[in-house]
Design a binder for this molecule. Structure first.
Ligand code: ADP
Ligand code: MG
Length: 232
């Protein structure tokens, strides 16, 4: 994709509830590193669900390269759009399987592309750790990754999102539960991702948006310049 546009987007969960946001107008370009801030409950996750095509705008539309995302006659377009997005949630759940299976999540073991697993792990900054273990990518880190630290688990979540080579990486409060130092290290390793990758970084902590070239404030509905954060 080259350009994603929210055009007069309003959203409410039901006819009789109030709008979470109304008339949002904004654009993102390929390669942008966008921060989304707003208080808890301001609609950040809802915004992402709309962007991913999981929710439909109540009013207005989402355009991808000028083409309306939700077209009931062409669900292929919506499916392929979803396939271009890698999503990292706040809590990564690991199953009691090998780390390769946890990175290539939901893929039958015999179809796992181990080179892709390694590439994703490297980009997420977790490959060194995995490769030091005796079983390497065959290691099981326990039910829900009990043998991993919080920061390592989030890195596995990032590797999982990167496995399918997305064009857009969405981190929804993905580092918010980490202590500031660990968060900062995880964010720094995102700088090594390909420049063409669009990153949408959602946080209620402004300090975690140092990577972003644009910051959209969902409370105020404006883009702000990020120099304040970079220098601060
Ligand atoms: P944020 O991610 O910024 O914390 P959310 O997008 O999760 O905010 O939620 C925005 C608002 O929408 C909140 O008031 C929340 O209670 C409400 N909300 C979220 N999900 C639902 C839902 N499935 N049904 C009804 N209301 C919801
Ligand atoms: Mg949220």
């Amino acid at each position: 994709f080259k350009k994603l546009t929210f055009k007069n987007v309003s959203y409410r969960y039901s006819e009789d509830s109030k709008f979470i946001f109304s008339n949002l107008n904004l654009s993102m370009l390929q390669g942008d590193k966008i921060g989304i801030i707003g208080a808890s409950g301001s609609g950040k996750s809802t915004f992402i669900d709309i962007l991913m095509g999981l929710l439909n705008p109540s009013k207005g539309s989402i355009l991808i390269n000028g083409k309306i995302l939700k077209n009931y006659l062409n669900t292929y377009f919506l499916d392929s759009w979803r396939g271009t997005i890698g999503h990292v949630p706040q809590e990564i759940f690991l199953t009691n399987n090998t780390i390769a299976e946890n990175i290539a999540f939901g893929i039958d073991k015999k179809y796992i592309d181990i080179n892709n697993v390694k590439k994703a792990a490297k980009l997420a900054g977790i490959s060194n750790y995995i490769e030091k273990t005796e079983m390497q990518y065959e290691t099981c880190f326990g039910e829900d990754g009990t043998k991993l630290s919080g920061g390592q688990k989030q890195r596995v979540g990032i590797a999982r999102a990167l496995y399918n080579s997305p064009q857009i990486l969405v981190l929804d409060e993905a580092t918010s539960a980490l202590d500031k130092k660990t968060e900062s290290k995880v964010i720094d390793s995102l700088r090594d991702l390909p420049e063409s990758l669009t990153i949408i970084f959602i946080s209620h902590r402004e300090s975690s948006l140092k990577l972003c070239n644009k910051i959209y404030d969902l409370d105020k509905k404006v883009f702000k310049n990020n120099l304040d954060y970079k220098n601060g």
